[in-house]
Design a protein around this ligand. Sequence first.
Ligand SMILES: [Zn+2]
Length: 112
Amino acid sequence: MNDWQRFAAKVSRIPGGCWVWTGTVNSDGYGTFHVDGRRVLAHRWVWEQAYGPIPDGFELDHVWSRGCRRRDCVRLSHLQLVTHRENCVRGVIRRKLQKVLPVVQSWTEEAA
Ligand SMILES: [Zn+2]
């Protein structure tokens, strides 16, 4: 099997749109993949196959506004190259929203 076949064998599509990694996941919740004797992060590997090396100072965000809710998601369209600072800002906003969303949802349901 080549790298792509091994990669694809570890991906499961779930309702909601995420492509979840079914292989090993590290302590931070990211999928890991062995390529050329190295252990790499699965979502970074697939992104780099498409777009080339991730530049210094940049990270991949699992984009919440595109429906991505999982760190072990490896769907290319759910990933975006952002600066470390942008990624942190998004993380803060996401955590704040996640706290209030159930409240907002119940307001909406009451209003409906
Ligand atoms: Zn996703």
